[in-house]
Each structure stands twice: as structure tokens, then as C-alpha cells.
Design a binder for this molecule. Structure first.
Ligand code: NAI
Ligand code: MG
Length: 367
């Protein structure tokens, strides 16, 4: 029987609520399939910061290195600046553990309403592959003349050949496994003349190694319009850190809610534990109300199972989510329902424990 060590970091706001929901579903599917998740919870985040002056301990990366995967909620607090919370935990983990590929699927679940007309929305079956270690979020820059009229602030975008190539190669490899075999390069090389031009050049070079993958290129501003107006023209989308961040929130909104958008921060080499988390933040406006949508966290858990090699568990979790969405009886407020986090969790567990569950339910979407 497989045994996997999971580091669970709920973080702030609704983070712990959705992580606990996801862990219940993961526990249920592990029992059903027959493997074990050894979960250790870490109380890192803004309360930890208030007590210790840092979001997580100094040796956090060493601690995390001993796990097979990390399951994360969100950080973000009303009192502590967002750059302190995000850099103090999530970005340090992604950079420090080499989790350079951020994979964010956006798929239209049955029973969920999109703000788009149905004939457009039912075509959405995308994966945004976002660069996750450098680019606009490299953390390079500074400020001077603080408080004076001549004050300046600089954030430098960093694009290295190694960083761009490994990420784009990952996106090509992923595109190759999908039925559409189509990869769109998002860029802004008309305005950003250095990093984004390198980004485009590497894309063209790599495309020659992947003759079976259809490619095209789109400027990031045009990409937003295309996602809304012509969703079926996209399949896998590869984008820089900032562009991927923005486009994946748009993708989430188009498939119904940020509350269903899942992600994996991967070290494709497998040398370090990868981290799985919902795309959304700590949602301070609904914290404690019991209405946070746990689907994004559960879906992220399914991605974690697939990454650990537990493909049957991953399919079963996704099939369970499809059943819950399709039934449309317990969905949370962000999806137009009146259900609670607990209702969705329970319905998902009930569905995934059914022997007659339609395991292909998720794979059929969009095909
Ligand atoms: P947010 O994702 O927390 O919330 C945006 C809107 O979506 C809110 O109205 C919220 O109620 C709703 N929402 C988000 N997740 C939901 C869920 N699971 N179920 C139902 N509704 C949901 O983004 P926002 O408001 O921009 O940021 C709030 C805090 O979260 C900030 O401090 C920000 O820095 C942080 N943040 C952290 C992230 C992370 O840790 N990975 C990612 C994004 C934001
Ligand atoms: Mg974001």
C-alpha cells in the first residue's frame, strides 16, 4: 500500500476551511482506493507572523523537503501587508523548492453557469501554464528616496534562458498529451523589448522540436478578448508569471467562480515536493461563514493524487466533483447555490464512495 507524507498548510482566512474540506475528501478517496496519506498540519501564516515575526520558521523549506507533497490554502490578512504574507510563504516556497511550473486547469463543469453564453462557455477546456519562479515576480528591484518627491520604485522582470526554456518545454510536453495538441504562447514583446522577446524566441526554437504540437502566439491584451470571444481557439496557454496570474483568474471567472479554480506548483524533476493549492486567496469577506467553495481545494487535491501517481484516486475525486456540480443541489453561493462548505464536502465524499460512479465523467467534458 502506497504511503505519502503530506504537509498541510491552511494559512489564512478561508484557507484552513477549504484545506480541511479537501483533506476529508482525500482521506475518503485514499481509503476507497487503498493507500495512505500521512498528513502533518503546519500552523504557518499570519497568526504565526503575529507570534513570531515571520510567516513560517527559518527552516521551513528543510522541513517541507521531507514531504512528498504540500497541500496549501491561501495567505492574506487585513492587518499584514499582502507583499509580506505572499513573499513570506507562498513565493518563498515556490522559488526555494524550484516549483517553476504553475499548472491551472479551467474546465466548464456541468451544472455550473458561466457568465458567457453557453455555446461559448461549453468549449472551455484550458490549461494555463504559468512561469512560477522568475519573470515579473522575481523579487528583484528596490526603492530609494523614500518619502521624498523624487522617490522611485523598481520591479525588474527577470527572464533567464534556463527559466523560460524549462517552463515552455513543460508546456509543450503537456500540450502533446492532450487531444487538441495546441499550445498558445502569450507575450507582450511589442512593448517589452528584452525579456518577452527572449520568451518568444525560445518558443519558436522549441516548437521545432515538437512538430506534433500546433502553436500560435498572442499578445496578452488580445488574449483576454480571445478567451471571452473565442474560447475554443485555446487549449494549453503558456504565460509569464504576471500574465499567467491574471489570465488564470479570468479563466476561473469564465468557468463560473474563483472557488473552483485549482492549481499545482510543480517541480517537474521530482526532486522537491510539489505544492497544490486553490487559485483563490484568503477571501476575508466570507471567512468563518462556512460558505467557502471547497471545489478548488478538492480539485487541487485531485491534482496532487495524480502527481503522486494515484491516478485512480484523482479520477474518482474529479468524477465525484462532476456529480456534485451536475446535481446542482448543494453548490455554494459563488455558484448561485445556498450550500455550505460542509454540504459540498459531504456530497463529494458520498459521490466518490459510490461503486457505480461514472469515472469518465470528467474526461468526457469538452470532448
Ligand atoms: P480572493 O480570491 O481571496 O477573493 C476574491 C473574491 O472571490 C472574493 O469576493 C471572495 O469571497 C471570492 N472567493 C474566493 N475564493 C472563494 C471560494 N473558495 N468560495 C467562494 N468565494 C470565493 O482574492 P482577493 O480578495 O484579491 O485577496 C484577498 C487576500 O488573499 C489578499 O490578502 C491577497 O493578497 C490574498 N491572496 C492570496 C493568494 C494565495 O495565497 N495564493 C492568492 C490570491 C490572493
Ligand atoms: Mg492570482
Amino acid at each position: 500500500m502506497g504511503k505519502y507524507k503530506i504537509a498541510a498548510i491552511g494559512g489564512d482566512g478561508i484557507g484552513p476551511e477549504v484545506v480541511e474540506s479537501g483533506l476529508k475528501c482525500l482521506d475518503a478517496v485514499a481509503k476507497y482506493i487503498g493507500f495512505e496519506l500521512l498528513v502533518e498540519r503546519f500552523p504557518w501564516g499570519s497568526d504565526y507572523y503575529r507570534a513570531h515575526g515571520q510567516m513560517m520558521p527559518q527552516n521551513a523549506l528543510d522541513i517541507l523537503s521531507g514531504f512528498d507533497a504540500i497541500y496549501f490554502g491561501a495567505v492574506g490578512d487585513n492587518e499584514i501587508p499582502d507583499d509580506v504574507t505572499l513573499w513570506g510563504l507562498r513565493l518563498v516556497i515556490c522559488q526555494g523548492l524550484g516549483l517553476y511550473a504553475n499548472v491551472r486547469p479551467a474546465v466548464m463543469l456541468p451544472g455550473v453557469r458561466s457568465p458567457l453564453r453557453e455555446e461559448l462557455s461549453n468549449k472551455i477546456n484550458w490549461v494555463v501554464v504559468r512561469e512560477n519562479s522568475e519573470g515579473e515576480y522575481a523579487g528583484v528591484g528596490g526603492r530609494s528616496h523614500r518619502g521624498f518627491a523624487e522617490e522611485i520604485a523598481i520591479d525588474a522582470s527577470v527572464f533567464s534562458r534556463v527559466g523560460v526554456e524549462r517552463l515552455q518545454r513543460f508546456a509543450f510536453d503537456l500540450a502533446r498529451t492532450r487531444s487538441e495538441k495546441h499550445l498558445t504562447c502569450v507575450t507582450k514583446s511589442n512593448a517589452q523589448r528584452f525579456g518577452m522577446v527572449l520568451w518568444d524566441e525560445i518558443f519558436v526554437q522549441l516548437a521545432q522540436e515538437y512538430p506534433d504540437v500546433r502553436t500560435d502566439k498572442v499578445l496578452v491584451d488580445a488574449a483576454t478578448a480571445r478567451m471571452v470571444l473565442n474560447p475554443s481557439s485555446l487549449d494549453v496557454i503558456v504565460a509569464s508569471n504576471l500574465h499567467g496570474d491574471i489570465l488564470s483568474d479570468l479563466a476561473a471567472a469564465l468557468v463560473g467562480s474563483l472557488g473552483i479554480a485549482a492549481s499545482g506548483n510543480l517541480d517537474p524533476s521530482g526532486n522537491n515536493p510539489s505544492m497544490f493549492e486553490p487559485v483563490h486567496g484568503s477571501a476575508p469577506d466570507i471567512v468563518g461563514a462556512g460558505i467557502a467553495n471547497p471545489i478548488a481545494a478538492i480539485w487541487s487535491g485531485a491534482m496532487m493524487c495524480a502527481h503522486l501517481g494515484e491516478k485512480a484516486a484523482s479520477s474518482r475525486l474529479m468524477a465525484g466533483l462532476v456529480e456534485v456540480a451536475k446535481a446542482n443541489e448543494v453548490l455554494t453561493r459563488d455558484l448561485g447555490g445556498a450550500g455550505s462548505t460542509e454540504d459540498v464536502t459531504k456530497a463529494t465524499i458520498d459521490a466518490l464512495e459510490r461503486d457505480d460512479l461514472d469515472l469518465e465523467g470528467f474526461n468526457r467534458i469538452g470532448s
